[in-house]
Write a protein that binds this ligand. Structure first.
Ligand SMILES: [Zn+2]
Length: 86
């Protein structure tokens, strides 16, 4: 894992415990592998991206929002970007 932006696994779990992240439309559940699926774009910004990882059995769609809550809200509304736009 190369994208550990949080101080500890504990902090990461606290940050990610709300709001609830739904399964992808393809059936993949990002909650099973949040460290891989949920990424801050950089450590100085709240902009983040939620990805359905093709290398892990997902379909490759993704969303991006300016805050964690916005990213998750877009994901839960299934406002996905297609893998080719990644
Ligand atoms: Zn998917």
């Amino acid at each position: 894992m190369s994208h550990h932006f949080y101080q500890s696994e504990y902090e990461y779990r606290q940050v990610m415990s709300e709001p609830k992240i739904n399964k992808c439309a393809c059936g993949y559940d990002p909650n099973n592998d949040l460290l891989d699926c949920f990424r801050k774009v950089n450590r100085y910004s709240e902009t983040s991206r939620l990805v359905c990882p093709e290398h892990n059995g997902g379909c490759g769609v993704w969303v991006q929002g300016s805050t964690k809550d916005e990213t998750i809200a877009k994901w839960n509304r299934q406002e996905y970007e297609k893998p080719e736009d990644y």
